[in-house]
Design a binder for this molecule. Sequence first.
Ligand code: AMP
Ligand code: ZN
Length: 471
Amino acid sequence: MLRLHDTMTRRLMPVEPLEAGHVRMYTCGPTVWNRAHIGNFRAFVFEDVLRRVLEQRFGRVTHVMNLTDVDDRIVKNAMTHGHTLEEETAPWIVAFFADVDALGIRRAHHYPRATDYIEEMVSLVERLDAREVTYRSDGSVYYRIAAFPRYGQLSGVRAVALVAGASGRIDADDYTKEDARDFALWKAAGQGEPGWETRLGWGRPGWHLECSAMNLALLGETIDIHCGGVDLVFPHHENEIAQSEAATGKKFVRLWCHNAFLQIDEAKMSKRLGNFLTLGDIVDGEEGRRPSTVRYLLAATAQYRKTLNYSDESLEAAKGAVDRLILFRDRLDATAPSRRDGDAVKLAARIRADFDACLDDDLNLPEGMGHVFTMVRDANRLLDEGRVDGPGLDALRQLVEHVDDVLGVLPLVDVERAATLSPEDRRMLSERAEARARKDWATSDQIRTALARRGILVEDTAGGQRWRPAG
Ligand code: AMP
Ligand code: ZN
């Protein structure tokens, strides 16, 4: 049974969707004011691995990820550049999806944009008005945290009133709020600033409001799983709970999952600190790293609740792991069944059970990969000895498929390989495929030799010819 660490109860909890066979999952998405960095992608890759495991275990997942396309930084940049909000965010949204695809992240079923949900957010504030948890000050609408006694349960932040100015701490210079912890549901905007004329007045939504409104609109009042990085626990997710539960009177989220940070030189990778790298920096940079390596690093070199350090060595280790896996898959594809049987079926079954058990234990993919690489070593020995028969080969191939259904690196490698082919290589490969189709073995062998000289090794598999770079 799949268990995940729940931030609310601070315990491992079984995943038991409200509706059998259907998990509703919400993950906080990027603020599209800049290109997302690979720290952000640690969160998105973790969520993708979770989504893949949920799909294996439960069949159906409805996954929603918001795009925050209005916030103070976006407004500031738009005004500086003379752009509308849409013009300002459009290129960053394109870049985000390009990176999502390059990293093999399964697309969410919905990517709601905050600016498309203004009416839903206004209605939600009106519901909160009716529950008397709001107040108005200087044209903005605030949430009165003192009116929600459960505030602080998720993060453990003490629910002690912090009157603005009294503590000298948070927002001490903001006297428009009754309590420094109170947060804006709706922010009054100046004339000439981007905004919306609504029943709440001229302004724009606060960040926390969008996630509550979109959850309600797309997934309902109670959802199964809500994810994000640990930096979102407080105040963002605490505020989402306060908004959603005050409005509906129902439990908002059944399981809260938060990933730890990707660090670089012992510090959290963040835009604010300026110590960030984007996928483009790594892939198109001098190192010329591959997306499959980056995905492996983020997904499988540290369990998601452990801090992960970005370094050349960690990338190198990730690359080594992907290479070992791909070589093994290629070898299985190129091997003909032998007559002797060395119990590869049993080996595959045992490793599959171990791999699944690691994922069931709070998504421990690194430990799961440890079992997979033990299997690779043992299976390679059996292959060397000619002791893998037909059923054995099938079982090993299916195991690799099962593992990569979660890990998600093999299709990336195939894309990466294809990108390194020259047009001439491509022509020769297709000529060879045609020669084989008409059983012209002499031509096919001739082209194979010619390709080998060009550094391309071709093997014939049950699914047709497959090639890989030599060396
Ligand atoms: P943002 O665009 O800042 O709202 O962040 C999008 C997601 O990335 C959130 O789930 C953050 O918690 C997460 N995140 C930001 N920085 C990091 C980091 N260095 N490591 C892991 N997750 C991060
Ligand atoms: Zn959110």
